[in-house]
Design a protein. Sequence first.
Lengths: 712, 204
Amino acid sequence: MNVETFRYDNKIVRAFAIATVVWAVVGMSAGILAATQLFWPEANLALQYITFGRVRPLHTNAVIFAFVGNGMFTGIYYSLQRLCKARMFSDFLSWFNFWGWNAIIVAAAITLPLGFTTSKEYAELEWPIDIAIAVVWVAFTINLLGTILKRRERHMYVAIWFYIATAVTVAVLHIFNSLSMPAGFLKSYPVYAGVQDALVQWWYGHNAVAFFLTTPYLGLMYYFLPKAANRPVFSYRLSIIHFWALIFVYIWAGPHHLLYTALPDWAQSLGMVFSVMLVAPSWGGMLNGLLTLRGAWDKVRQDPMLKFMVVAVTAYGMATLEGPTLAIKSVNSLSHYTDWTIAHVHTGALGWNGFLTFSVLYWLFPRLYNTKLWSTKLANYHFWIGLLGMMFYVVPMYTSGVTQGLMWKQFTDDGFMQYPNFLETVLQILPMYQLRAVGGLLYLAGVVLMAVNLYQTARSGKLVEEEEAKAAPLSAQPVHEEKKYRPHRFLEAKPVLFTALTILAILIGGLVEIVPLYLIKSNVPTIASVKPYTPLELLGRDIYIREGCVGCHSQMVRPFRSETERYGDYSKVGEFIYDHPFLWGSKRTGPDLHRVGRKYPDAWHYNHMEDPRSTSPGSVMPPYPWLLTQTLDTNVLPARIKALRKVGVPYPDGYENGDAQKDLASQQRDVVVGLSLGEVNAKPDREIIALIAYLQRLGTDIKNQSQTIAAQ
Amino acid sequence: MSNHDNHDDPLLLDHEADGIRELDNKLPRWWVWLFNLTILFSVIYLAYYHVFAKGDLKQYGQMVAEYRAEKAIGDRLKGAAMARFESSLATVEPSKDAATLAEGRALFERNCAPCHRIDGGGLVGPNLTDDFWIHGPTFADNVRTIWNGVTEKGMLAWKDQGMKPNEVLAVASYIYTLRGAKLEKPGKPPENQVPAQTGPNEYE
């Protein structure tokens, strides 16, 4: 038989592996900085660049896209070559992928602290970086599919199915969620508004979890777990069923992030039931992982790599049972906006993604360097410290989430709110925040141990840059099909058809949920009194976005008496039609702000932003003294008004050529007069004036409607 | 590396990928049932709440129907308690209990100080330490003003802000102790008001 000799590229694998470890330390350190500020706001060192609202997206981007992203590429570049019996399609694309991806992360690490953000969770990066992401991701996809096309293994193994689903779905999600209108370099407004923006965002956000944090890692599990355990995969049939079920069902589940919001009922229900139906397909992956270890549990005791793997797969199982539970509306009514969600995502992030990455790295380094792991003992220490860190993270977050959720909902026998002061419910959970930071610190300490161990391992061996392998080309291989699984075996040999069917499976759910929201008018009933933001309010809103206020404050009052008593009337879908982007938020570390407009005098906001503790003793909100001193940049106004007009906000033609500036100046003077009533002397051109104008507008348009009706 | 210790497993399929073999195990029974049950639940759920929705569920949708029901019960309870409190307003007395006054002080600093200044000297809102009472000088007048507000002048109706009757009494009792207080910084001067008899004040 005609046998070809070729070389696996290990250098690219090592590059991604090193980046994985470096970004793990960076991303988790940012997490600890953010966690610390939640009980000790002074930890921002009075610097706007590292204040919670800006550090939080830095943390999430660094751990998701930098740590897990590089981890995913590490595992894929190693396993794909071997599963295809082929070198990567193009060395250029491999290195373009590596340098491109990591340059994007560096750009994120610079722009996010500077306040350049779209505010859309896990999609915060501004449009030039978004374009770069799309280009690099397409390069990765071409490299992946190219390698598959020139493979020397007729059938694609299950890991490759998951890689394909990852590549194509992330491309679709990223491109459609990032569609926006530039309003200058590093500033843009999404083409979607209000509820539509919310639905597209959470279709993206939820499926970033599904197709960035889950499917690629399932692929890695399917390669590295049977390899390390030296056992056959438990059930090929289960692989087939759970793969197709998972990718088809997952894409529908996004609306569970918007339960009890102004999203139409039918879309919420679809999000909920598809989340419930997701339990079994997810557990299929966990079962196939854990049951593969049957007969190999003695190895788990000895091999730290397998220990990490078992905890990772178990954490995956727990998180994917908990997720659907949280997606049940009645559970969500308690858990949403609380730390319960934080606990849930960290079970997945620390357990599934973190531990699986560690497992892969411990397995890879000795093989890349043709040596033995420097210290098994140190790896075991890492395992236990990491596990302890997870417990210290997750358990306090469950406790604080449930505690605060119940306090928010508690009524007295007379039907009054038991805890009408939001701050009281925050003070109650501060000890939990302290414990959580300890958990994060332990987890990071484990990562540092791993870094030392991997470094020493690398030093003790020599990198096998090019690993020689032999295989016959496909054309020289006999075609042999197992009768029992003929249709799927056939499909596994047809990568293009397979990819096309995958795209079809992931498009259906999104189309069914998103398209009607545009085409059927009754889904977004308009309210006549809801008007676009004034120029000053618009710039104030952009400051709200820049400072990451949405990270702690929702703007979405749910239809529960516990919320309408606390905040005011529940939010209506028609109130958000000019909100590019939507700012509904997903966590209430502070109270909801949708009805904060005109609730307090202007001076209250001024004093509160200067020092939150002066108006709310004990508050953990950071002070924003820079807003009082920085001058509002009004030069950006014309570009922003034009951009918003292009996406459908009805500012009159030519409004930006003078009238807008006049309106802005006049409203600035109004706010200054309002402030003087509260003995605050402020200059009209400061950023705080714009922010106050925006806050005082929030949620008030609908009140004008009732006043008009009352007057008639 | 191949899975050579399993060569005799009859379930072993004869394909492999980079040495990884796969078994032909059946799907776990309970797993199949779990999947089927979640699908059945989904069908029933969608049918009940959407396809065959009746009454309020059909008219308002699930969320608002639930909210209306919940609100009706809560508002009735609260309304009764508020009516009881309002009928007692004629006879209320300021509390001298230290714990109540401390609670009142905390409430004052959080809710009232933004407009009336932390020492009661007045900012947007009037001075609470002098003898000029715009909306009545008695303790009961104060309670009524806090409870019902003077919305045209910007004074909030605290009954609508989640303040409970006992809290209104506590904060009014604390304010009562501020009468005649010596302020470090002069308080806000009265605005065309006639001084009123503020009644005996043992805190003076």
